[in-house]
Design a protein. Structure first.
Length: 202
């Protein structure tokens, strides 16, 4: 019996067999086919439906040529977009996590504000984007606010769900030992909520 347990404990985890070249090719064919079909439909629509109106839907070759001719402008635009998106995402993380923590510690605040968070999450951002542009102007602030609105509600809802889904038996164990609220939150609720928090961050 002991030898059996030792062999079981020392057993190495099973490893996935390495893929052969044929299997790798078969896995790569579907996404490559979709990409080729997408580019083909794009070119067909831009050449037949829009014709000479290239400003409405440029052809793939024109997009590629513009990227080759203006690499500096493209990189500058990518940098600005990345910084704006990162700023909105960072703000959403701070506000979403802080709001979830506060609501998880107060039932009255949760009942007061959480229904509105769920309601606002269902509102399409494209519906409020014109209002945001009118308020903030067509500038970086508007883009940051839109990025914030896209990210904050999933972070808030998933984080709050994780903080409120802690195992009740473990909570009772902490309270039986008269652990302070801060200790219970830092050592129990927050670690248990990490999978839900990271799910919201995705």
């Amino acid at each position: 019996m002991t030898q059996t347990l030792e062999r079981t404990g020392n057993a190495e985890p099973a490893r996935m067999p390495a893929l052969t070249a044929g299997q790798r090719v078969r896995q790569a064919v579907p996404p490559a086919s979709v990409l080729v079909a997408f580019v083909g439909v794009w070119w067909l629509v831009s050449a037949t439906v829009y014709g000479d109106k290239n400003y409405l839907l440029p052809r793939p070759t024109q997009v590629a040529q513009a990227a080759i001719d203006n690499p500096t402008l493209l990189l500058q635009g990518l940098r600005i977009t990345f910084l704006e998106s990162a700023a909105g995402f960072a703000l959403a993380i701070a506000v979403g996590l802080l709001s979830a923590i506060v609501m998880s510690l107060s039932k009255s605040l949760e009942r007061s504000f959480y229904p509105y968070a769920v309601l606002l999450q269902t509102v399409p951002v494209i519906a409020v984007a014109p209002i945001i542009v009118l308020w903030f102007g067509y500038n970086q602030q508007a883009v940051i606010v839109i990025a914030f609105m896209i990210a904050v509600f999933p972070i808030l809802n998933n984080s709050l769900l994780g903080l409120l889904s802690t195992d009740r038996n473990q909570v009772d164990l902490f309270r039986m030992h008269r652990a302070p609220k801060l200790t219970e939150f830092v050592k129990l609720r927050l670690p248990a909520a990490l999978p839900s928090i990271f799910a919201g961050l995705r």
